[in-house]
Design a protein around this ligand. Structure first.
Ligand code: MN
Length: 288
């Protein structure tokens, strides 16, 4: 199933370029009161929501995906976990280019020693909201990444068990200001985490370790690789991350970017595509 969020917080079922408004399925969610839970309520109740979606979708009239503003398919993730250098060729290009590494040794270490970092959840937007660049006198880059949405509480996951905790997948853009500061600062301005175009539930992607992914800027291809080149694959990342902290439903892991990162500027239009997920177009502007 492909589920999107669009417009003013509506829920949509995506099929063949069409969206059916299934917002009424959210009525199955329990009413949460303050203090709010540390997980995303929709993802934590995904099975219940999906079964309600199935029953109401046939009576919802389809509309073209292109007619709506797509939001992040996960509204309230507890954290956005990021793999810094998880493709060998991207690590090679960072080590070779001072404009990318800024003599910051933490950016030149392989993932086994670099570990993971977090992006602020306030950075999260959907493709329809666009990217608002800050520090435009500095280099801002796109990074296209397979994003994993955690489906159930994962703590100290045993080797080989990682897939049991996946709710689904989406395309993630890890927008990045290059420079000497900590990654979490340079990668966390508002809108620097794009998730979309929708959540594809895990049953539709039995092997996330063999998906083409690419990104073009203004029609020109910049990155084109395959998740088979991930150093740590999806289950290994879940195992590794959960050895440090609990992963909650709705937490997002972006798995790292392949080679080909390049600058973006206000006015650019990004098109990102991952096999079996889809394509999303994202406009770039200057933050006002
Ligand atoms: Mn990244």
């Amino acid at each position: 199933m492909k589920l999107c969020r669009f417009g003013e917080g509506r829920l949509g079922l995506v099929d063949d370029g069409q969206i059916r408004d299934v917002t009424a399925a959210l009525d199955v969610l329990p009413a949460y009161r303050y203090p709010l839970p540390a997980f995303d309520p929709l993802i934590a109740n995904l099975d219940k929501v999906m079964s309600r979606v199935e029953s109401i979708a046939p009576s919802a009239s389809p509309m073209p995906v292109s007619s709506v503003t797509l939001l992040s398919p996960v509204a309230n993730p507890g954290k956005i976990v990021c793999a810094p250098v998880n493709y060998q060729k991207h690590l090679d290009e960072v080590r070779d280019d001072a404009a990318l590494h800024h003599h910051n040794t933490a950016t030149m270490a392989p993932i086994h020693s670099a570990g993971l970092f977090l992006k602020a959840t306030s950075a999260l937007v959907g493709p329809g909201e666009g990217i608002a660049l800050r520090k435009i006198d500095r280099r801002n880059d796109h990074e296209v990444e397979l994003a994993v949405v955690i489906g159930r509480t994962a703590n100290d996951v045993a080797p080989g068990d990682g897939f049991k905790y996946v709710a689904g997948y989406a395309i993630g853009l890890d927008i990045t200001i290059r420079g000497p500061e900590e990654r979490s600062l340079r990668k966390s301005p508002d809108s620097y985490a794009v998730l979309g175009p929708w959540l594809v539930t895990a049953d539709e992607i039995p092997n996330p370790g063999e998906l083409n992914l690419r990104i073009a800027v203004n029609g020109e291809e910049r990155q084109n690789s395959n998740t088979k080149y991930l150093i740590l694959g999806v289950p290994e990342l879940i195992e590794y991350a959960s050895s440090f902290y609990t992963l909650n439903p709705g937490d997002i892991i972006i798995t790292g970017t392949p080679e080909g990162v390049s600058p973006i500027q206000p006015g650019d239009v990004i098109s990102a595509c991952i096999e079996r997920i889809g394509t999303m177009e994202v406009k770039v502007r200057a933050a006002s």
